[in-house]
Design a protein around this ligand. Structure first.
Ligand code: ZN
Length: 282
């Protein structure tokens, strides 16, 4: 299933995209694509519905973030060896973990807003993992059974805030609009192998990032198991699993950063595409 949220920001309704590409409303079955609606038993119940019995949504509504009420937005840094190299950093001995403020989360096609004082707003296409049941001290062997599904995640990053200001990365990762997720959550049963997905990102039609989850240093099962040793993961938590090479910071002969007027497109095969216009904050 492809689960999504549609409508005005803050008032999204749950929906699904059927096999023919028609958006259908799920309001009579779940309140939101969030929390307990992602539990295995709820997903099984939704999978049993005949999509044709659900009301088709008229028009072409805005898509919201594909998961609502995200409790934790965890991110893995330097998880592709070639991206670590372009960042001038060694591949870490254990996953590098940081958090993004959940207030950064936006819809897949909402604008990217360059925050005040930013000179280095950058892009990162990533595979997003959505947790479907509480995970605590889970083994790597069992870890994927805790995953509800996958989505495209854009880990928008302000490099000066991230690296040149004191402390952790969080302040460079958390501005409003820095976390587009979606267009939809693709349930795990439809993703044959999360370690065999191509990712790409373009700015104004120029392809900067191209990679595959095959070259992740730490795969999804390892990441879920690893995080669950330090904290419990709950349904609706999102983990962004790191970016392949080709970020703006790594461009030669010099770095390239986003400017108002740029258009960013990105996708992961099988999980859909995002498109964002870049604007300045006012
Ligand atoms: Zn990232």
């Amino acid at each position: 299933m492809k689960l999504l949220r549609y409508g005005a920001a803050g008032a999204e309704k749950p929906g699904l995209l059927d096999k023919s590409g028609t958006l259908r409303d799920l309001s009579s079955h779940i309140e939101d694509v969030a929390g307990d609606a992602l539990l295995p038993e709820t997903l099984a119940r939704l999978a049993g519905l005949d999509p044709a019995s659900l009301p088709a949504v008229e028009g072409n509504p805005r898509l919201g973030a594909c998961v609502g009420q995200v409790g934790k937005f965890m991110c893995i840094g330097l998880n592709y060896s070639d991206h670590a190299a372009e960042s001038g950093l060694a591949v870490p001995d254990e996953p590098v973990l940081f958090m993004k403020a959940t207030s950064a989360i936006t819809g897949p096609n909402d604008k990217i807003i360059i925050p005040r004082g930013s000179t280095k707003t950058d892009w990162e296409v990533e595979l997003g993992v959505v947790i479907g049941k509480t995970a605590k001290y889970v083994s790597e062997e069992d870890a994927l059974s805790y995953v509800a599904g996958y989505c495209v995640c854009h880990d928008v990053s302000e490099r000066a805030f991230q690296i040149e200001r004191a402390g952790q990365w969080t302040k460079g990762k958390s501005a409003d609009s820095f976390g587009p997720i979606g267009p939809w959550l693709v349930t795990a049963d439809e993703v044959e192998d999360p370690q065999d997905l191509d990712l790409w990102l373009e700015v104004d039609g120029h392809r900067y990032q191209e990679g595959t989850t095959k070259t992740m240093v730490y795969g999804v099962a390892h990441i879920v198991s690893y995080l669950s040793q330090f904290m419990s993961l709950q349904p609706g938590d999102v983990i962004s699993t790191g970016t392949p090479p080709g970020v703006g910071m790594g461009q030669k002969p010099e770095a390239i950063y986003l400017k108002p007027g740029n258009v960013v497109r990105l996708g992961v095969n099988g999980l859909g595409e995002q498109r964002q216009e870049v604007v300045a904050d006012d």
